[in-house]
Design a protein around this ligand. Sequence first.
Ligand SMILES: Nc1ncnc2c1ncn2[C@@H]1O[C@H](COP(=O)(O)OP(=O)(O)OP(=O)(O)O)[C@@H](O)[C@H]1O
Ligand SMILES: [Mg+2]
Length: 257
Amino acid sequence: MTESSPAMVKAEGVHKSFGAVDVLRGIDLEVRSGEVFCLIGPSGSGKSTFLRCINHLEKINAGRLYVDGELVGYRQKGDRLHELKDSEVALKRRDIGMVFQRFNLFPHMTAVENVMEAPVQVKGVRRGEAQQRAMELLDRVGLADKARNYPSQLSGGQQQRVAIARALAMDPKLMLFDEPTSALDPELVGDVLDVMRDLARTGMTMVVVTHEMGFAREVGDSLVFMDGGVVVESGSPRDVLTDPQHERTRAFLSKVL
Ligand SMILES: Nc1ncnc2c1ncn2[C@@H]1O[C@H](COP(=O)(O)OP(=O)(O)OP(=O)(O)O)[C@@H](O)[C@H]1O
Ligand SMILES: [Mg+2]
């Protein structure tokens, strides 16, 4: 990853409101290809909403949002924007993996079945092939021996690692993490962060909403502090965390560090 890497995500003046509530009030940022981009901010500041906009789960009200050079949800012809059909949106969403705070595994499927499901159902990959790949991915997240377990037979940290393997099974070009460790008991957080650290090493572009400042500092390439639907401050994690320039950033960090 270098300064000149192309933008994997580019937001220009992104606005999002729910009814009369302005949740995103002009977000400008750029996530470069191959970087780990951490997003922090108080509850309600719009972090999850922004991730959902990247993943086409929410439609923005104004501004421009690009993933890998393409407009999210629209096609531009000349000066006009044409909204994409649901099927086209679904096709693009395949390229973006998302991992949530709550793991959202299918409870009636084993770990390996959870990981195989999308490649088989969505991409039409043959079951044998999908299963082999799923086993490789479970091995990668340290869970080869839990492949036949159901989610209820796994710890929270193990379930989250299955969820990461499941997202990776679709070969995403971008991974979004929304507080992936905040529902976990403290002793389970480390294994999940290790998996994310490994993933970062492979060059995966990652946008990570997190409260894990240690992870952000060690693994993050960029850090953005959001508050009230705007980017208050951004820079290298070390700079933002150790020498915040804005009072709001300082106030937030004094509570979480
Ligand atoms: N579907 C929705 N309808 C109405 N309001 C919403 C909706 N989704 C989010 N909001 C509001 O948008 C604001 C931002 O929510 P969001 O979930 O993006 O915050 P967040 O920064 O992720 O917070 P947290 O750290 O608690 O997860 C909140 O005030 C929330 O109530
Ligand atoms: Mg959130």
